[in-house]
Design a protein around this ligand. Structure first.
Ligand code: PLP
Length: 294
């Protein structure tokens, strides 16, 4: 990891009235030990995070990412983050970004076991080179996520829809996709509906209609997808949240995986069947997604 900067945050209560947070923000060396070994992020993956794209020093979509951080905190019974403090921390870290693409990661952990204070930090590192995924596309395999569409309502303790630190299963799905000769996975519910990729939202285009699975099925509501839908609406596309039968993934004219750092990666194959990549539209999506967005 090519680190650029890191900042430890002493989280203040969400109703704290101060305006200057400088005394609560502490730069640290990301290559040196920084966390207590009893931190529940390390012990149990108990915490939440956000990954933001930073393009030529501009942090993309700070508001939507902080909104989702607060939403994840609610779903996980974590103390509400003070958004003003996080904004101040993001601004401080972004000063080290420079030109090119970087990734900023915000982490809020439940803190050290036995204590009640959350641990919070931000890192900034250079982003991986995603040009190949954005142009050539990604081959996906569909993988059963093992639960039906109605599970978020039946089992809210699964914290589906929160961006938790527990990504071991998501990483295992990507390894399984690679074992099957693909690049990435698309999770499917046990009753046969498209959900999301392990680190991205899924969108499908049929004619001038672009759809994505509704977040109520227990998936993350992607900030990139929300932003792209606003762009598409301006371009005259019809956009909608739907329940998406698996067969629609192969049937759609085009499909993309969308996320904050890789941006729009066109799907070039589904379970070994080639899918046409709409290169011109994909280039347009990525030009928009790389432009400064708030
Ligand atoms: N779904 C999952 C499971 C993700 O991990 C991500 C991003 O990491 C997304 C969707 C896309 O979210 P965003 O566009 O906000 O990066």
């Amino acid at each position: 990891m090519a680190w650029r900067s890191a900042l430890m945050i002493d989280p203040v209560a969400s109703d704290d009235r101060r305006e200057d947070f400088a005394g609560t923000l502490h730069p640290f060396d990301p290559d040196a030990p920084a966390l207590r070994v009893g931190d529940l992020s390390a012990q149990r993956g108990d915490g939440i995070f956000e990954s933001l794209g930073v393009v030529d020093g501009h942090v993309q979509e700070v508001g939507p990412h902080l909104e989702r951080l607060a939403h994840s905190a609610r779903l996980c019974d974590l103390p509400a983050p003070h958004l003003g403090q996080w904004r101040a921390a993001i601004a401080q870290v972004s000063a080290d970004a420079g030109a090119g693409e970087n990734v900023m990661k915000l982490t809020l952990s439940r803190g050290v076991e036995g204590q009640t204070v959350p641990t919070a930090w931000i890192t900034l590192a250079s982003a991986p080179d995603n040009v190949r995924s954005r142009t050539g596309g990604v081959r996906v395999v569909t993988l059963d996520r093992g639960h039906a569409l109605d599970v978020p309502a039946r089992a809210p303790w699964l914290q589906l829809g929160a961006k938790t630190l527990s990504y071991a299963v998501n990483m295992a799905a990507i390894r399984e996709a690679k074992r099957r000769g693909a690049d990435d996975a698309v999770f499917v519910s046990s009753d046969g509906f498209v959900l999301e990729a392990p680190t991205a939202s899924v969108v499908l285009r049929t004619g001038d209609r672009v759809i994505t699975p509704a977040p109520s099925v227990g998936i993350l509501h992607g900030t990139t997808q929300i932003s792209l839908f606003a762009f598409l609406a301006q371009r005259g596309f019809d956009t909608a949240y739907e329940t998406v039968p698996l067969a629609d993934l192969a049937r759609a004219d085009a499909a993309w995986l969308l996320s904050s750092v890789r941006l729009a990666a066109p799907v070039s194959a589904v379970d070994g069947e080639a899918k046409a990549v709409d290169r011109a539209l994909t280039d347009e999506f990525n030009a928009y997604l790389l432009s400064p967005r708030d």
